[in-house]
Every structure is written in C-alpha cells, then in structure tokens.
Design a protein around this ligand. Structure first.
Ligand SMILES: CC(C)(COP(=O)(O)OP(=O)(O)OC[C@H]1O[C@@H](n2cnc3c(N)ncnc32)[C@H](O)[C@@H]1OP(=O)(O)O)[C@@H](O)C(=O)NCCC(=O)NCCS
Length: 176
C-alpha cells in the first residue's frame, strides 16, 4: 500500500481501545466548538467507553466497519445497526447508518465514499431495503456528502448531546 492507501474491514475485539479513542476524538473534533464542555464530556462518557464498544462489537445486530491507513492506524469507521426505524416513516426493512466518521486528514479524498460502499454492502447482507440516518441540522458538510450518496431528507428527530436536545435531519435512501 502507498501512503494514500487504506483498507476497509470489519472491526474485531482487537480494535476496541483504538476505536474508543478514535470515536471520542473525532466526535470532539467535529462538534466540540458547538457544545458546552459539560455537555461534550457527558455525551462522551455515555457513548465512548471501552466496555460499551466491546459490547457493541459483540452485538449481532450491529456491524462495525473500520478504515485503516498503510500503518494500520484508524482513519475512519462506520456502524450499521438493525432494529431501529426512522421515526414516523413507512419502511419495508430499514437498516440504520448509526455512526459514520472520517478523520480530518482523510476527508475529501474518497475514503468516505469507499466506506459508504462497504456500509451499503453490509446493509444489503442484512436484507435492508432502506438505509437511513440522523445528521445534525447544522452539519452541512455531512448532509452534502449524504445527498451525494443518494440520501434525501424525510423527517427529523431529536438527538441529545449531554443535556442539549438537538434536531437531526432524518435522511433515507432505498437500496435497489
Ligand atoms: C461526513 C464525512 C464522513 C464526509 O466525508 P468527506 O470526505 O468529508 O466527504 P466529501 O468531501 O466527499 O463530501 C463532502 C461534500 O460537502 C461539501 N462541503 C464541504 N464543506 C461544506 C460545508 N461547510 N457546507 C456544505 N457543503 C460542504 C464538499 O465540497 C463536498 O461536496 P463536493 O464533493 O460536491 O465538493 C466527513 O466529513 C466526517 O467524518 N465529518 C466529521 C464527522 C461527521 O460529521 N460525521 C457524520 C455524522 S452524521
């Protein structure tokens, strides 16, 4: 692999520590400036702990995909989960794209598209007819990326960061 190369694979138990650090760091880097320090710490403590990541990796309803650079270091990840439906939207067999993060140095370089193709493959393997997600109403870059990938806004939902109820756009695309 050259320096710009990456590989995408399913996460294993050996990834727990790196994934926990990466998930917390990228969430903080992406949204730290838009939230109070207290809300950020509360959210990170409730979502990014090694015991939680280990349980999520073992959960058969969740697929965790990681992108690694030529050194084997994490540069992105995605989590896909079953048994969650977009609120108030009629669907046949929805699978949620729950988390999707690409490290800053890798943004705009095609890694996110490759990760999205892996997400679609994972959702199709689970028999999904629709892929859906929630994205913060103020996260315009991510919304632009998802629109490029064929998602459309179909509704909204509340996502609580710490104590702050924030509005997410719900976006959905059908899988042929
Ligand atoms: C969302 C994310 C995965 C997208 O990956 P990416 O590599 O940045 O995506 P791309 O660069 O291919 O596409 C982003 C698009 O938004 C555009 N864009 C960039 N900044 C923008 C902004 N402030 N407002 C609107 N559009 C913007 C880009 O020009 C690009 O469109 P183009 O290809 O037509 O030029 C990545 O940015 C990321 O991980 N962000 C931080 C975490 C996050 O927000 N995750 C999603 C949580 S729901």
């Amino acid at each position: 692999m050259n320096d710009a190369a990456f590989e995408i694979r399913r996460a294993t138990g050996a990834d727990v520590a790196a994934l926990t650090e990466f998930g917390a760091r990228t969430f903080r880097e992406s949204f730290g400036k838009d939230n109070t320090a207290e809300d950020m710490e509360k959210h990170l403590a409730s979502a990014w702990r090694e015991d939680l990541q280990r349980a999520e990796l073992l959960d058969p309803s969740i697929d965790t995909l990681v992108a690694c650079d030529s050194q084997g270091l994490l540069c992105g990840f995605a989590m896909v989960r079953e048994n969650h439906s977009p609120p108030g939207i009629a669907t046949l067999k929805p699978v949620e794209l729950w988390r999707f993060y690409v490290d800053k140095p890798w943004q705009g370089r095609g890694l996110a598209q490759a990760l999205m193709r892996a997400v679609e493959a994972s959702a199709r393997t689970r028999g999904a007819r629709e892929l859906w997600l929630g994205v913060w109403e103020r996260n315009e870059r991510a919304q632009a990326f998802y629109r490029k990938c064929g998602f459309e806004k179909v509704g909204s939902q509340i996502f609580v960061v710490g104590t702050d109820p924030q509005t997410d756009h719900v976006m959905l695309r059908t899988l042929g």
